[in-house]
Ligand binder design. Sequence first.
Ligand SMILES: NC(=O)c1ccc[n+]([C@@H]2O[C@H](COP(=O)([O-])OP(=O)(O)OC[C@H]3O[C@@H](n4cnc5c(N)ncnc54)[C@H](OP(=O)(O)O)[C@@H]3O)[C@@H](O)[C@H]2O)c1
Length: 240
Amino acid sequence: MNILIVGASGGIGYGFVEILLQDPAIDRVYGTYRRWESAQDLLNLASRYPQRLVCLSMDITQESDLVVALETISHQTRELDLVVNCIGILHRVGLQPEKSLRQINSDRLIEYFQVNSIGAVLLAKHLLPFFSSPRRHVFATISAKLGSIGDNYLGGWYGYRASKAALNMLMRTVAIEYSRKSPQTIVVICDWNIPPGIPGDYGCSCTFVRKCLDRFADFAVHVGIIGIFCWFRNSYHSLR
Ligand SMILES: NC(=O)c1ccc[n+]([C@@H]2O[C@H](COP(=O)([O-])OP(=O)(O)OC[C@H]3O[C@@H](n4cnc5c(N)ncnc54)[C@H](OP(=O)(O)O)[C@@H]3O)[C@@H](O)[C@H]2O)c1
C-alpha cells in the first residue's frame, strides 16, 4: 500500500505517519510539509525509515508545488491507496480567529479559504490519476465541527468556520464527480473533534491519535459520516 499524508508535519498528520510506519503492510508513506523549521520531527522520522517515508515540500496555496510533489510521487507509484489531507490553519503570527466583525479583513479571510478550502479541491483535481485502478482508494480531508452551520451557536471565528463549511461543500461536490470518474474511490470528510475523555493534548502523539481513532470510529458512524477513523480502526486493528 502507498499512502500520502498531506500536512504531515502538523500534529495530526505526524501522528498518522507514525502509526502508518508501524504497519509492515504499508510499502511507502509520502508526507508533505511546508516549512522546514516545523518539519524537523518528520524529517528525523524519514531518516529512521529512509525506504518507507518520503518527505516532499509543498505549499498548498501554490498549485505548481502540488503538481511537482505529485509528479515526484508518480515516478515511484502510479496509485495511492489512501490520501489524508491534514492541512489547516486557525492562527499564526498576524492571523488570529476573528472575535467580531471589527476584526474582519479580506486578505486574512482569503488566506483561510486558500489553505482550508481551496487546497483540498486542488488536491482532488490532481490526485485523480492516482485513483484509477479498480481497487478501493480513500481520499480524506480533515474538516472541523466549527464548519457546521447548524452547530454555530457561539459565533466568531468567521474565517475558520466559513472556510471549513466551504471545504465540506467542495468535498461533497468532489464526491459526486469522483463517483462518475473513479467510483471505487471513497471521499471522506472527517470532523476532527477531541472526544470526551481524551486529555487536551493537542500535540497529538501517536498514542493520542490512536485513542482518538478508537473513540471516533463509533462517533463517525453515529453521525453518519463515513469516517476515516472507521477505516483506520478496521485496517489497523492489530496496531492497538
Ligand atoms: N487539532 C484540533 O483539535 C483540530 C480540531 C478540528 C479540526 N482540526 C483540523 O485538523 C487538521 C490538522 O490539524 P492539526 O491540529 O494537526 O494542525 P497543525 O498542527 O497546525 O498542522 C497544520 C498543518 O498544515 C500545514 N499548513 C498550513 N498552511 C499550509 C500551507 N499553506 N501549505 C501547506 N501546508 C500548510 C502546516 O504546515 P506548517 O507547519 O509548515 O505551517 C501543518 O503541517 C486541520 O485541518 C485542522 O483545521 C484540528
